[in-house]
Design a protein around this ligand. Sequence first.
Ligand code: HSE
Length: 326
Amino acid sequence: MKTVKIAILGHGNVGGGLCEILQMNRQLIEERIERKIHVSYILVNNVTKERPWPTLGAKLTDSFDEIVNDNSIEIVIEALGGIEPAASYMRSALEAGKHVVTANKAALAANYPALLEKAQENNRQLLFEASVGGGIPALTAISNPLQGNEFTEVMGILNGTTNYILSKMWDEGLSYDEVLADAQAKGFAEADPTADVEGIDAANKLSILMALAFHVYVHPEKIPTEGISKITLKDIENAKKHGEKIKLIGHGYWEADENGQEILKYHVKPMKFTSEHPIFGVDNEYNAIYINGNAVGQLMFYGSGAGPLPTGSAVLGDLLSIARSL
Ligand code: HSE
């Protein structure tokens, strides 16, 4: 059986979650793809620190150069988070002839056209299913089985941390700060949760979703964005009295202007929903991605949008699809 050698950049919630699943499902994975997966390196800041996740016999290194200069590495998994150095590492790995899998919506959304071009120039794959919706395979669905549609709209709950916070405030009357700490402990939140609560993470994901669905790239900083940090328990209780829930929504849609010209509109902001809307029932760290295609009609994907194992599941899916193709 051929062995595919890989390197993982980062060993936090995403890199660690991936290692956990590789350990848990190794036999069935290797039988399915008829390849052995060997994790040769894990890039970490501190090689001596005790690690909560399995390291699978990999060499822990703090040198990206060691990884990129090793010609036996065929696939690099970027699980660092943040824009830099993650984006530069992805570019270097592609230039060095390695395939890249990333869960990093911030680095990808900020550099989407350049990274895709780099992959194409070097005839390598750059896959990023985990970057939007955690474990939900919506990006692959948009790019493959649904690719024959013209999409009029993408909308959804794109951030698990904020949905978790809003749900717990609504269900249990807990304060914003109490629930944020809980979401961080469960591995949903970004290293700096400002990106979650201010809607920046959702804007990154909306940028990627729109690029795939509409073939229009909008830099995330150009997306009007409002987060949930100003929402108080009183706002939630008021909404509850009216049978409503507040959800942080990313929305991209085409709308005709006064001359009948279709204009792309987009925003991230908190919105209210009653129980008649399917979004109402999407609680805790769950995400929902709703799309409307001119052939398929309306579709809504639902599943865990954050957390080490759901996100690791999507990363692993991309990794295996590349490994099988080698
Ligand atoms: N912090 C992100 C979230 C992680 O809460 O949705 C998954 O992208």
